[in-house]
Design a protein around this ligand. Structure first.
Ligand SMILES: Cc1ncc(COP(=O)(O)O)c(C=O)c1O
Length: 284
C-alpha cells in the first residue's frame, strides 16, 4: 500500500494490521507536501494494491485541487489493480475560498475502485462520538461490514442518531468555524514565521501548521539541551516553553513540528509567543 509521507500516524499501523506492507512515498515541501502524478507513476509496481490519499491533509494542511486529482487519476487509470482510500475527514475545513474535490467525483471512471471515507469528528467537532462512514464498491463495503460486525458489532445507536442530527441539521456553523480556523491559521503561521529557525508554508486546510525546524538543528536551549532532531525540539518546547507540538518524523517527514490550532485565539497567541521566545534564546 502506498502511504504518503508525511502521513497521519495511524496509516502505516493500519496497513501493518491488515498484513500489508506500507510503501512510503515522500511528498516534501517542494511539491507543497502533495503527491505528483510522476511520483505516483514511479511508485506503483505490479504488487501495489492501494494508495491512501488525504486531502486536506493531517499533518500538513495540504489540499489537492481538481487538477491535482485529475493528474493522479490519469496515472491510476493505467493501473487497474490499484484501489484508492480517499480520507476526506477534513473536507469542510478548507480556506481561501477553495473548493473541496475528491477523487471519485473528479474521475467517475475510478469510482469502482475508490473507497471514500469521512466522519463527524472534525467538521462537527464530534470526535468522542466515534462515527465515521464510507462509500465505495459494493463488494468492498460488504467485506467491511463483515469485519466490523465481528470486531465491534457496529456503531452505538446513540452516536448514530447524534451523527444523523449533525449531518441533517443546520449547517451554518460550519462556515463560521471555517472563518475562525482561517483567522487562527493566519495568526499562527505569521507568528511561527517570525520565530528564528522556523519556516512554515501556508496550509490551505485542516487545522495544522507544519513548520520546518531545520534552522534549529544543532542549537542549544536556555536549559542546556542540544537540539539534534525534531523530536528534541518538540521535547524541549514542552519542557521549556510549555507548548505541546508533534515532531514531523512521527509523521514520516522531519525535521518539522506540527502545531494544531484547534484552540482559542488567545491560547494560540500565547503558545506562539512562547515558541518565538524559545527560538530567540537558543545558542549556537
Ligand atoms: C487524517 C485523519 N483521518 C482520520 C482520522 C480519524 O478520525 P476519527 O477516528 O476521530 O473519526 C483523523 C483523526 O485525527 C485524521 O487526522
Amino acid at each position: 500500500m502506498i502511504v504518503l509521507a508525511p502521513y497521519w500516524v495511524s496509516y502505516p499501523e493500519i496497513v501493518q494490521l491488515c498484513g500489508a506492507t506500507a510503501v512510503t512515498v515522500a511528498c516534501g515541501a517542494d511539491s507543497g507536501f502533495k503527491l505528483t502524478a510522476d511520483a505516483l507513476a514511479t511508485a506503483i509496481t505490479p504488487r501495489t494494491r492501494w494508495l491512501i490519499l488525504n486531502s486536506p491533509s493531517n499533518p500538513t494542511g495540504a489540499v489537492y485541487s481538481r487538477e491535482d486529482l485529475q493528474a493522479l487519476a490519469e496515472a491510476l487509470l493505467a493501473h487497474p489493480q490499484v484501489l484508492v482510500l480517499s480520507d476526506d475527514i477534513y473536507e469542510h475545513l478548507i480556506f481561501d475560498g477553495l473548493e473541496f474535490f475528491t477523487l471519485a467525483q473528479v474521475e467517475p471512471r475510478l469510482r469502482e475502485r475508490v473507497l471514500t471515507m469521512n466522519g463527524v469528528s472534525k467538521a462537527y467537532a464530534m470526535t468522542g462520538w466515534r462515527i465515521g462512514f464510507g462509500t465505495g464498491p459494493g463488494w468492498l463495503i460488504e467485506a467491511m461490514e463483515k469485519l466490523q460486525g465481528q470486531q465491534t458489532s457496529g456503531a452505538c445507536t446513540i452516536s448514530q442518531h447524534a451523527a444523523l442530527a449533525a449531518l441533517t441539521g443546520p449547517q451554518d456553523f460550519i462556515a463560521q468555524s471555517r472563518v475562525a480556523f482561517q483567522r487562527r491559521r493566519g495568526a499562527v503561521v505569521e507568528l511561527l514565521n517570525q520565530a528564528p529557525g522556523l519556516h512554515c508554508q501556508i496550509p490551505q486546510g485542516a487545522f495544522y501548521a507544519f513548520a520546518s525546524c531545520e534552522g534549529l538543528r544543532g542549537k542549544t536551549t536556555a536549559a542546556g539541551q542540544r537540539l539534534a532532531s525534531d523530536e528534541d525540539v518538540v521535547n524541549a518546547l514542552l519542557d521549556e516553553a510549555g507548548v505541546a507540538t508533534v515532531h514531523g518524523s512521527a509523521f514520516g517527514l522531519g525535521p518539522y513540528i506540527r502545531i494544531a490550532y484547534a484552540l482559542d485565539d488567545a491560547s494560540l497567541q500565547r503558545a506562539c509567543e512562547a515558541i518565538q521566545q524559545f527560538c530567540r534564546t537558543l545558542s549556537d
